[in-house]
Design a protein around this ligand. Structure first.
Ligand code: AMP
Length: 429
């Protein structure tokens, strides 16, 4: 089987690493990939995974490549190509591709759509309103005492959500998006949600248009600094499982969200094949969905795929075919922890091209995998090439041991300006 993976982050490295273990895979490309992905080899024949320098949003070039190489299955990592309709385009040309089509990807590409869908189908969410004009938005924010999350409707590189704790901040956020057009057309409409208090967790469910298979829990660390200080980032680390929901509570949470979601999809003729990833806050009144993503989380994927025991090719194939129903997801009882090593200054400005040392040493540690994100090759060196650079991931019999192992690996790696959180998974203890 010939596989093409689209994307270049830590999530895509984890996908490539796991897919490469499948005995079904004989050839694999990643577009555009990164330095770590380019070092992976296939379990079946030891062939290298080839990185191809095409942008993940250049749909016509991706299509031409997949047709030329007779790719059997394309796996889409990031949200942008999904929102642009890559799945519809590939299917129109008779190519097999994994991920939601453009209509289904709206769960992530439009917060207005998602909020309306949750309200139409009784999915537990925050009290919310949708607005196009600043005056009525401010009136609604006032009814919440200014404690709210102001969200641009469309994709805004993960920066379109402004969390406010008073009316001054809420007014500013509303003006920034609706009047100042800080996110351009993505902010032509906004959703304002009441601010929810509680522990935030990530859920993932693999879907095939008819059914949804729930993953174990994981928790991301969105803020840049220890103790959840500093700016929001793409995610500074994850661990799985979390102690906040036991098996029965997870199943109940999944039921309360996924059952009405699946029924709603049927009712609105939405054929969702891919990963549904709801962001959830466990409030004192029960779980509430604050957003839906329509792809694997990054860095959630790194901890999930180091625990997944199934052949990922089989799972994604069943998700495309609509045959997930008969498959049981198997998870290792091991806990997994991923610590993101980022460039100094991230999520603001940062330098690129800093030499990374210690990767080989760290890779020798048992039950540890160094997933690359923003890395590139420069001669015989591997250098930084993005904000989030590495996702150092370790797994062990319990969370504490996995945390210790991940930080032991982090200690072996260095580049100028490196920053990382020292408290990944600490909330669990
Ligand atoms: P989102 O992209 O919608 O998940 O929002 C980004 C982050 O903002 C989330 O990870 C939460 O930490 C925070 N957030 C979003 N909506 C809410 C809400 N209604 N209440 C509290 N925090 C929120």
């Amino acid at each position: 089987m010939r596989i093409l993976v689209i994307g270049s982050g830590g999530r895509e490295h984890a996908l490539v690493w796991k897919l490469a273990q499948s005995p079904q895979v004989t050839q694999m490309w990643c577009v555009p990939g990164n330095a770590g992905i380019g070092q992976e080899r296939l379990a079946k024949n030891n062939e290298p995974v080839e990185c191809i320098n095409v942008a993940a949003e250049d749909l016509s070039k991706l299509l031409a490549f997949a047709r030329e190489k007779k790719v059997d299955l394309t796996v889409v990592g990031p949200d942008n190509p999904l929102a642009l309709g890559i799945v519809d385009l590939f299917q129109k040309h008779g190519l097999r591709i994994w991920g939601p089509n453009q209509k289904a990807a709206q769960f992530e590409s439009s917060k207005v759509f998602s909020q309306g869908f949750m309200e139409r189908h009784g999915i537990p969410t925050a009290r919310a309103g949708t607005f196009e004009d600043a005056a009525s938005a401010k009136k609604f924010a006032e009814s919440l005492g200014g404690k709210c999350a102001v969200k641009a409707d469309g994709l805004a590189l993960g920066k379109g959500v402004l969390v406010c704790s008073n009316m001054r901040e809420a007014n500013q956020a509303i003006d920034e998006i609706l009047v100042g057009k800080a996110f351009g057309a993505a902010g032509a409409r906004i959703v304002i949600q009441e601010f929810l208090e509680g522990v935030e967790i990530s859920l993932h469910a693999l879907c095939d248009g008819k059914s949804a298979k729930l993953f174990p829990t994981s928790q991301d660390h969105k803020r840049a600094l220890d103790g959840d200080g500093g700016l929001n980032t793409g995610g500074m680390g994850t661990y799985s499982p979390t102690p906040f929901l036991d098996q029965a509570q997870l199943a109940e949470t999944g039921r309360r969200i996924l059952e009405p979601w699946l029924k709603g999809c049927m009712a609105e003729d939405i054929d969702f094949r891919g990963i549904l990833y709801p962001g959830i806050i466990l409030t004192k009144n029960g779980p509430r969905v604050i957003e839906f993503n329509a792809r694997f989380g990054d860095p959630e994927t790194q901890v999930y795929l180091t625990r997944l025991e199934n052949d990922l090719v089989e799972l994604l194939d069943a998700s495309v075919s609509g045959t997930l129903g008969g498959i049981e997801l198997k998870w290792s009882p091991m806990a997994s922890v991923c610590v993101v090593m980022a460039s100094g200054g991230y999520p603001g400005c940062y330098a690129k091209g800093k030499a990374i040392v210690g990767l080989d040493e760290a890779a020798k540690l048992p039950n540890t995998k160094i997933f690359h994100a923003g890395t590139a090759r420069a001669g015989d060196q591997i250098v930084t090439n993005g904000g989030r650079v590495l996702g150092v991931t370790s797994w062990a019999k319990d969370l504490k041991s996995a945390q210790t192992a991940a930080y032991a690996a982090v200690e072996k790696i260095c580049f100028e300006g490196v920053q990382f959180r020292r408290d990944i998974a600490a909330k669990a203890f």
